[in-house]
Design a protein around this ligand. Structure first.
Ligand SMILES: *Cc1c(COP(=O)(O)O)cnc(C)c1O
Length: 403
């Protein structure tokens, strides 16, 4: 079986239809480029939803993984292992926090932050038992577990999965006033994405993160930044919060932390917050395993040089300039920061899905988000020429559609 159609037919017949993939079957990749089973090459402008910030098969990451694979891969946290200390100290230093708690997937890290915030609320802030509430945002995306989908406002993500976990208050994203109104004596945390990725790469108004930070400090509420997609270099800084010089109480990280090789997620916070968790109160069999730590430590080391953040800044400026030139030529609006853009296509021209399919025919892989928005997030290792070429392909697609 080598043909695209057969692979797709069997995949669709034997797996749940929880995704709607583009009809391409990828078998190899290097850097920013992937190759399918027919030998066609595509520029990857999705990067595994920013899991592949450092590119496919990044030599430094692969070497670290290979070395670790043949030495030690799993111990469970019942024992210490020799990769853990460096990982914890390195990620703690990168985020400027005392402590880390490793998990595997992003949703698990968000769940961890929720648990920690609640326990902190009861034990440190003095909230009445079982009364804690957490302020969250409209159009959020924090993962797919039962608690998390309960405070989603996306009917597809949420519908049919109740009853939902209580203790969340949903407010309008981008309004510090709405956060202020929602906070009461039982509020333990404000959970937000500093840029909303799945919602269409929505950048909040200038000053919003600063205002939320000030509110959280004044009200003794934890500010939790879900930087799973926005963090680790994507926006041109290590974290999207850095653009406003804001330091949250809790960072939630995932995706690119695993270097595109293994799932690695974590939260980081200071000891007055993460110190509330004791033995038996939280954990994961695979969280913080030696292979994950070897990969994540390499990622942390790569980010410590600032090289990838600088690339995202410089290439991001090129990408946004080229995309803005398409406004009025099929593009209605462009948002984003660094090498990350949400491109709103004129809905009378095509849906985001149709644009993604047309781009694929031109050798570019991208993914629509809501309705007529296409998201662009190539690996930070993409060359400037390839990047310009990809946006040229978008221009060509829009021109074809306008005819
Ligand atoms: C992808 C994502 C998650 C969930 O991560 P998974 O690894 O898919 O569980 C959570 N928050 C944000 C902002 C994300 O982009």
């Amino acid at each position: 079986m080598t043909g695209t159609d057969e692979f797709i037919e069997l995949s669709e017949r034997r797996s749940a239809h929880n995704y709607h993939p583009l009809p391409v079957v990828i078998s190899e990749a290097q850097g920013a480029w992937v190759v399918d089973v027919e030998g066609r090459r595509f520029l990857d402008c999705l990067s595994g939803y920013s899991s592949l910030n450092f590119g496919h098969g990044n030599p430094q990451i692969v070497a670290a993984a290979q070395e670790q694979l043949s030495r030690l891969t799993l111990t469970s946290r019942a024992f210490f292992h020799d990769r853990f200390a460096d990982f914890a100290a390195g990620l703690g230093d990168l985020t400027g926090k005392d402590m880390v708690l490793p998990m595997n997937t992003g949703a698990e890290a968000v769940e961890t932050a929720i648990k920690v915030a609640r326990k902190w609320g009861y034990e440190v802030k003095g909230v009445t038992p079982d009364r804690a509430n957490i302020v969250v945002m409209e159009d959020n995306f924090h993962g797919r577990t039962t608690t998390i989908v309960g405070f989603s406002t996306d009917p597809d993500a949420r519908g049919g999965f109740g009853p939902y976990t209580p203790g969340f208050r949903i407010v309008k994203y981008g309004s510090a006033e709405a956060v202020r109104e929602a906070i009461d004596a039982d509020t333990v945390a404000v959970l937000l994405e500093p840029i909303q990725g799945e919602a269409g790469v929505l950048v909040p108004p200038d000053g919003y993160l600063t205002q939320v930070r000030e509110l959280c400090t004044a009200e003794n509420v934890l500010m939790i930044a879900d930087e799973i997609q926005s963090g680790l270099g994507r926006t041109g800084e290590t974290f999207a919060c850095d653009h406003e010089g804001v330091v949250p109480d809790v960072y939630v990280l995932g995706k690119a932390l695993g270097g595109g090789v293994v799932p690695v997620s974590a939260i980081t916070a200071n000891a007055d917050v993460l110190g509330v968790i004791g033995p038996g109160q939280h954990g994961s069999t695979f969280g913080g395993n030696p292979l994950a730590c070897a990969v994540a430590s390499t990622v942390v080391g790569m980010l410590a040089t600032g090289e990838y953040q600088a690339r995202a800044r410089e290439l991001g400026a090129v990408m946004h300039e080229e995309l803005r030139a398409l406004i009025g030529h099929g593009v209605v609006a462009v948002r984003g920061r660094g090498l990350w853009a949400g491109v709103d296509i004129d809905p009378s021209l095509a849906s985001g899905r149709e644009i993604s399919e047309a781009l694929m025919a031109h050798g570019v892989l991208a993914k629509d988000t809501h309705g007529s928005t296409v998201r662009l997030a190539p690996p930070l290792v993409v060359s400037e020429d390839d990047l310009r070429w990809a946006i040229g392909r978008l221009g060509a697609v829009l021109e074809e559609l306008a005819r």
